[in-house]
Write a protein that binds this ligand. Structure first.
Ligand SMILES: [Fe+2]
Ligand SMILES: [Fe+2]
Length: 264
């Protein structure tokens, strides 16, 4: 067992620009920070919506241990066999019983440590899902029987919902990391019980448009309530958004959280 686990969590990887950022930056960053376990939210990796088996394999090959998800993870039917097969590609845990795939998993590290990952989806301004507070906290209790090092990706729109959940589980898990808005927040902190928190890790991809979309394509939604039959991705100002965590594995408490936004 190690004294400290270094965990790297990458915010929503959006489309081809997001994958290009991962290809060019991730291998070097994993070495530089001596990362023990790497996570990335991949709900927008395939064309801005959803995930593919090819991109799942590519992300794994680049060093991502677990890919978390959100409201777009199940957008493409072809991902269903992959998501049913492995908890290394998660969808939100608080989906109704019978939904394909896993919402949590426990993963073994090389030196004997274990890391648990739980993916939840919020309900404020989001598609319907079961209560993330009650289902989330009871799943954290179950995961804690295996390891105290538990990382939660809370995929949600509303800052207050993410913050309230973090307070609700403070001291019961190592980190509650917000995803989905694609805008990195500057509120990273370690809460009194030892849980690391950030309202949103931000986006990995092109920042020149509107949360990953080309500006014109995004504007059509607001000006005409219509996207013209297709959405096109932004292409410039490529950045990787992430947080780096140090966790004390015996207690599961976070020792440090650092927010990163790295331009290509
Ligand atoms: Fe997203
Ligand atoms: Fe999302």
């Amino acid at each position: 067992m190690q004294n400290t686990l270094t965990i790297f969590f990458i915010g929503d990887v959006v489309g081809k620009p997001g994958m290009e950022v991962l290809r060019r930056l991730l291998p070097g960053l994993l070495l530089r920070y001596r990362v023990d376990f790497c996570l990335a939210n991949g709900e927008n990796a395939e064309g801005g919506k959803g995930m593919s088996s090819k991109l799942f394999e590519e992300m794994r090959g680049l060093g991502v241990d677990v890919i978390t998800g959100g409201n777009h993870t199940l957008y493409r039917d072809k991902i269903i066999p992959v998501i049913e097969e492995t908890p290394r590609l998660l969808r939100p845990f608080n989906y109704p019983p019978g939904t394909p795939g896993y919402g949590s998993g426990v993963f073994d590290l090389k030196l004997g440590d274990k890391v648990a990952v739980l993916n939840l989806q919020g309900r404020a301004f989001m598609p319907l899902a079961d209560c993330p507070f009650r289902t989330g906290r009871s799943e954290i209790e179950k995961l804690a029987e295996n390891t105290k090092c538990i990382i939660v990706d809370f995929h949600a729109e509303a800052t207050a919902e993410k913050m309230a959940f973090a307070r609700f589980v403070d001291g019961r898990c190592s980190a509650v990391l917000g995803t989905h808005t694609h805008v990195q927040t500057a509120d990273e902190a370690i809460l009194p019980g030892g849980t690391a928190y950030i309202s949103d890790v931000g986006m990995t991809g092109a920042h020149s448009g509107v949360i990953g979309l080309h500006t014109e394509s995004a504007l059509n939604r607001f000006l005409h309530t219509w996207q013209g039959g297709h959405t096109s991705m932004a292409a410039d100002d490529l950045r990787l958004s992430a947080v780096l965590l140090d966790i004390e594995p015996q207690s599961g408490k976070a020792l440090h959280i650092e927010r990163l936004q790295i331009s290509l």
